[in-house]
Design a protein around this ligand. Structure first.
Ligand code: NAD
Ligand code: FES
Length: 292
């Protein structure tokens, strides 16, 4: 059992939980995720690790109650427990595996879209701990939905808030803010890391391409079982088939087929759609585990 040490509503869309999970807290790295299961027969839900405290033995997750299983998670309060938590899963952000001297020379820009601020925070925090202060664009639809503002400000180099409706910070998307920084404020970046809705990541990549900035995106949104077996998170990157949960979740954005990924994610939601995918993909229609 994994006890919930803190359960808090962050705003009208997002909830935070701190879980007692010492082994995961000891080994996890930014970019990785866990799978939670509320009860014996509950659905398995993949969620990014948004923070960890190795001394306290805790990990933090942020979720939106968008489906049946995440809505059922709202009934869990402090002191309750998840029956099962598996992790850390997926590959850590490749920034954490680069030689530090090389990393220190890079100018990094993160773009968070809505709840995407949660998975971006541990990366920016980890960089700060290594003496590297990255710039962060923290964007949301409206002021109330800006997440992790203070936490992010304390570890970022410069932080730029954007809201689609102009209720706080720059009025417009994170993409428009990036263009403003590069085109009008003389900023230069060696890499842009965007995490948020798929459509946002797609447009961030298109925009960064025009500015000559290589990109990384996180494909968490298309995961289902998170273990390489269901095949839901299949992607095409640089013309090769990849699976977000075992090969990612982070990938270079420049040659990732977002349109295929978004279409596939929509089809995977229905039985009819899954049957059609099986027909279209033939013998290659399976997960990334190699056993199914
Ligand atoms: P949201 O709908 O509030 O959007 C967040 C921001 O994305 C918007 O404020 C907007 O500025 C930007 N955006 C949207 N369309 C854009 C476009 N065409 N061009 C540029 N920017 C655009 O998001 P939310 O409700 O906070 O988050 C929900 C989504 O985030 C879900 O789709 C979920 O799957 C996804 N998500 C992604 C990850 C990940 O790892 N990539 C992790 C968790 C959640
Ligand atoms: Fe099922 Fe990746 S989420 S194969």
């Amino acid at each position: 059992m994994y006890t919930i040490k803190k359960a808090k509503q962050l705003n009208k869309a997002n909830y935070l939980m701190v879980l007692d999970a010492p082994v995961i807290a000891k080994h996890c790295m930014p970019g990785q995720f866990i799978i939670v299961k509320k009860e014996e027969n509950s659905e398995r839900i993949p969620l990014t690790i948004c923070d960890y405290d190795r001394e306290e033995g805790t990990i933090t997750i942020v979720f939106q109650p968008v489906g049946v299983s995440t809505t059922k998670m709202l009934s869990l309060k402090e002191g309750d427990a998840f029956m099962d938590v598996v992790g850390p899963l997926g590959r850590p952000s490749d920034l954490t595996e680069m030689p530090l001297e090389e990393l220190k020379k890079m100018k990094l820009l993160f773009i968070a879209g809505g709840v995407g601020a949660a998975p971006i925070y541990p990366q920016v925090k980890w960089l700060h701990e290594q003496g590297i202060d990255a710039d962060v664009i923290n964007g949301a639809r409206t002021k109330e939905l800006v997440l992790f503002e203070e936490e992010m400000r304390s570890v970022a180099g410069n932080m730029y808030i954007t809201t689609d409706d102009g209720s706080y910070g720059f009025k417009g998307t994170g993409t428009a803010m990036m263009e403003e920084l590069v085109n009008n404020q003389g900023k230069h970046y060696d890499r842009m890391i965007a995490i948020g809705p798929m459509i946002m990541m797609k447009f961030c990549v298109l925009s960064a391409k025009k500015l000559g900035i290589p990109t990384v995106v996180s494909m968490n949104p298309i995961m289902v079982d998170g273990t390489g077996m269901c095949g839901a998170c299949r992607l095409t990157v640089n013309g090769e088939t990849k699976f977000a949960c075992v090969d990612g979740p982070e990938f270079e954005g420049d040659n990732l087929d977002f349109d295929e990924a978004m279409k596939r994610a929509r089809m995977y939601k229905t039985e009819e759609g899954r049957a059609m995918l099986a027909l279209q993909e033939g013998e290659t229609h399976h997960g990334g585990c190699g056993n199914c």
